[in-house]
Design a protein around this ligand. Structure first.
Ligand SMILES: NC(=O)c1ccc[n+]([C@@H]2O[C@H](COP(=O)([O-])OP(=O)(O)OC[C@H]3O[C@@H](n4cnc5c(N)ncnc54)[C@H](OP(=O)(O)O)[C@@H]3O)[C@@H](O)[C@H]2O)c1
Length: 242
């Protein structure tokens, strides 16, 4: 198995890369700015006997997406797994969100991922079944008080994933994982009060771990999920039910 995980230098993506490698996949670790962390993820995989290499790319830049797809396709004529995890959560009140902020957020979360799928489609179809996992967010369902552009982009990913599940079947399975609050850099700016408030609202009583999202991603791209496509798995400690 060969897997490309976007945003795999840190957080959920890194946990996913490590988990997929443990399941036997060779892993391409894409990152944007954290080169040292990406190399350390690759080292962790290699130290455990796996195979990994790191590639830098900003998914908001079309030329980077093209180069990333070309590098992976040249290396691997067959790509079994594509995890579209890269993203950031820039917080801002709606009144301050001009078109550039929306465009940047959609480029990073939606356009870059869609274009990566499009360019790697021959390699994914060659895997038969290729497996794609999008990483959306609970905020796609609940909305955000601090980032309308982010919630809108994550909701767009749901539509993209569902559409691709229909259009690419049966050669490619496409599913989405929607995390709730997970302990990564994305929550690093939380005050202790905000963190406590978050935890109070979560029925399981705590923020999630990146590995808990990685487990769900690893499941949807595995053979154990062979009859799963077009669905969304919520990993949120019960903060959203239904
Ligand atoms: N943590 C949460 O509570 C939570 C909740 C719901 C959804 N999510 C989603 O889960 C995914 C992973 O988030 P995380 O919490 O693991 O965050 P994180 O620790 O900040 O990691 C984000 C990853 O995405 C990469 N990235 C960000 N912008 C990029 C861009 N324009 N081009 C390429 N790579 C880019 C980063 O690369 P560099 O660091 O190398 O720049 C990093 O590897 C994101 O899509 C996020 O929206 C997270």
């Amino acid at each position: 198995m060969r897997a490309l995980v976007t945003g795999a230098s840190v957080g959920i993506g890194r946990a996913t890369a490590v988990r997929l490698a443990r399941d036997g996949a060779e892993v391409a670790v894409q990152y944007r700015s954290h080169a040292r962390e990406a190399e350390s993820a690759c080292r962790e995989i290699r130290d455990a006997g796996g195979t990994a290499f790191a590639i830098a790319a900003d998914l908001a830049r079309a030329e980077d997406v093209e180069r990333l797809a070309r590098t992976v396709a040249e290396r691997w004529p067959v790509l079994d797994i594509l995890v579209l995890n890269a993203g950031s959560y820039p917080r801002a009140p709606f009144r301050e969100l001009g078109p550039e902020a929306f465009e940047r957020c959609f480029r990073e979360n939606v356009f870059g991922s869609a274009e990566l799928v499009r360019r790697l489609l021959p390699q994914l179809e060659a895997a038969h079944p290729g497996r794609i996992a999008f990483v959306s967010s609970v905020l796609a369902f609940d909305g955000s008080r601090h980032g309308a552009h982010y919630a809108a982009a994550k909701a767009a990913l749901l539509g993209l994933g569902r559409s691709l599940a229909r259009e690419l079947a049966p050669r490619v399975r496409v599913n989405t994982v929607a995390p709730g609050a997970i302990d990564t850099a994305i929550l690093a700016d939380d005050t202790p009060e905000l963190r406590a408030e978050r935890e109070r609202r979560i029925p399981l009583g705590r923020i999630g771990r990146p590995e808990e999202v990685a487990d769900a991603i690893a499941f949807v791209v595995s053979d154990r999920a062979s009859y799963l496509t077009g669905t969304t798995i919520h990993v949120n400690g019960g903060s959203r039910i239904g």
